[in-house]
Design a protein. Structure first.
Length: 128
């Protein structure tokens, strides 16, 4: 079982996401910054194209369209389904820089049945 926020976990979750339906226009280059983790800050990025996760890598991408920064504690609560990502964003618990319109266009996908099923599957393979 891969440990959360490792490259192995990112690789496994990307594989699980291959079953997601194509969503034309749901494309973005997203940088994530998780602060205050037990081993320090963690950075990873996603390349999403038409609803498909093409890349999911530890590290920093040179030209993200959107950067999301959140605490390790909040990120874990979101991952476990204990905190709604949309609510965390509205409460200012997720800081966003970059193309806000791009991010807002992706938010409805998080309410789709397919995405919710994917989150359940990711939860089942994740070691915290």
């Amino acid at each position: 079982m891969p440990k959360w926020l490792t490259q192995e976990w990112l690789d496994e979750t990307r594989k699980l996401g291959e079953s997601q339906p194509e969503r034309p226009g749901a494309s973005a280059r997203m940088q994530y910054v998780i602060t205050g983790g037990p081993d320090g800050d963690i950075k990873y990025y996603w390349v999403l194209e038409n609803g498909k996760l093409l890349e999911s890598q530890l590290g920093e991408m040179p030209d993200p369209e959107v950067t999301l920064t959140q605490t390790y504690e909040d990120a874990m609560k979101i991952q476990k389904g204990e905190l709604d990502a949309n609510a965390a964003f509205m409460q200012g618990r997720i800081k966003v820089t970059g193309n806000m319109a791009k991010l807002m266009s992706l938010l409805p996908l998080t309410n789709s049945p397919e995405y919710k099923q994917l989150m359940t599957e990711v939860q089942a393979i994740t070691e915290y």
